[in-house]
Design a protein around this ligand. Structure first.
Ligand code: NAG
Ligand code: NAG
Length: 332
């Protein structure tokens, strides 16, 4: 603090370039051989979370991961603290917080500022965005942080090809695409088989009440695609469970907490299911997944995003499947 104050005093008294500390030292010691020389053609860059201290912690973790994966550490700007007069999540040059020449002695580094190819080819979730399921604000915050990272680093996360971004894919996929993905998934993996007869699956669909109708129509549309393939699908939804609870437990005291009860019953149902398709951003799903992991059901699950990526109309090998080509063309 004292040092900083005296530096500031000097700055005020003298011409800036002679006495002010030189912040940008990126050109210094360029030729130095770091203790851990890393592959100069592969890169890894961290997306920091939370405030400045957590961001530094994130940098430490990133250094470790970069060495382990042998990828040059690409430094993005840091981001401001939420109380900063500049505003929350504004870019801060990495040089302000780091001694770049010192870091160069440790590992091979580069800067997102210098990137020509502003794309990533893989994203590694060091901390899932579902880590704190009880607080939805946390998840919104983290997704927002990725957007702010993109702004600060001028870099796109999750970009596959020039205009084939995952979000665009999701957007373009729409209800029909989701129905198609679900149908293809069931056909190709024999998912949700009941064991009663062949080519017969049963699916429970849990949604927030506000989305129940939409989801129902998506699943019914999957059902009719499957029917064309000689496959039957039993569908039970949130609405059915709601009616079941009303009919059988309507007079019970617990029903004054109707939505609580409905949600808990559904968590139990999805917990017991053989296979679970979950929403990556849903804390509700995250809780169920944690319970299922305790039951060693870890491999019997998939995210909706993955379902769409692998089985949706934009999946890379979509056209190689002949079985649903007709259904898909009628759908689109
Ligand atoms: C990274 O790979 C290069 C070339 O294969 C090797 O020379 C270097 O020692 C590796 N670095 C680390 C930290 O493993
Ligand atoms: C796409 O192809 C890969 C590799 O051949 C395969 O593992 C995957 O199941 C296929 N996906 C679909 C939806 O057919």
């Amino acid at each position: 603090m004292l040092v900083l104050a005296s530096l500031l005093a000097l700055c005020a008294a003298a011409p800036a370039d002679s006495t002010c500390p030189q912040i940008n030292q990126r050109d210094q010691d360029l030729e130095i051989l770091p203790k851990y020389p890393l592959d100069p053609e592969k890169f890894i860059t961290p997306i920091y979370i939370w405030g400045p201290s957590s961001q530094l912690q994130g940098l430490r973790e990133a250094i470790g991961v970069a060495i382990r994966l042998n990828r040059t550490l690409l430094l993005p700007p840091f981001l401001t603290h939420s109380s900063d007069p500049l505003g929350n999540d504004q870019p801060v040059p990495t040089d302000i917080r780091l001694d770049i020449p010192k870091l160069r002695k440790l590992v091979s580094i580069a800067f997102t500022d210098d990137l020509r190819c502003l794309q990533s080819d893989a994203v590694f979730l060091a901390r899932g965005i579902y880590n704190k399921p009880t607080d939805p604000a946390v998840m919104v915050e983290r997704v927002k942080r990725i957007e702010n990272f993109e702004k600060a680093a001028h870099m796109k996360v999750l970009r596959r090809t020039d205009d084939d971004e995952v979000c665009t894919v999701l957007e373009k996929t729409g209800s029909k695409g989701l129905a198609l993905a679900l149908a293809r998934f069931i056909l190709q993996t024999n998912a949700f088989l009941t064991g009663a007869t062949q080519k017969h699956s049963a699916l429970y669909v849990s949604t927030p009440p506000s989305e129940a109708e939409k989801m129902r129509s998506i699943v019914l549309s999957a059902k009719s695609i499957l029917e064309n393939e000689g496959w039957s699908l039993d569908v039970v939804t949130t609405t059915d469970t709601q009616e079941f609870l009303d009919e059988n437990y309507g007079d019970c005291e617990m029903m004054q907490y109707k939505s609580e009860v409905l949600s808990l019953v559904e968590q139990e149902l999805t917990y017991r299911g053989d296979y679970f398709i979950f929403s990556e951003l849903s804390g509700w799903s995250a809780n169920v997944r944690k319970e299922r992991i305790m039951e060693d059901k870890y491999f019997y699950e998939m995210s909706v995003i993955k379902l769409i990526e692998d089985f949706g109309p934009f999946s890379s090998n979509f056209t190689t499947s002949t079985s649903l080509r007709t259904s898909s063309s009628t759908l689109r």
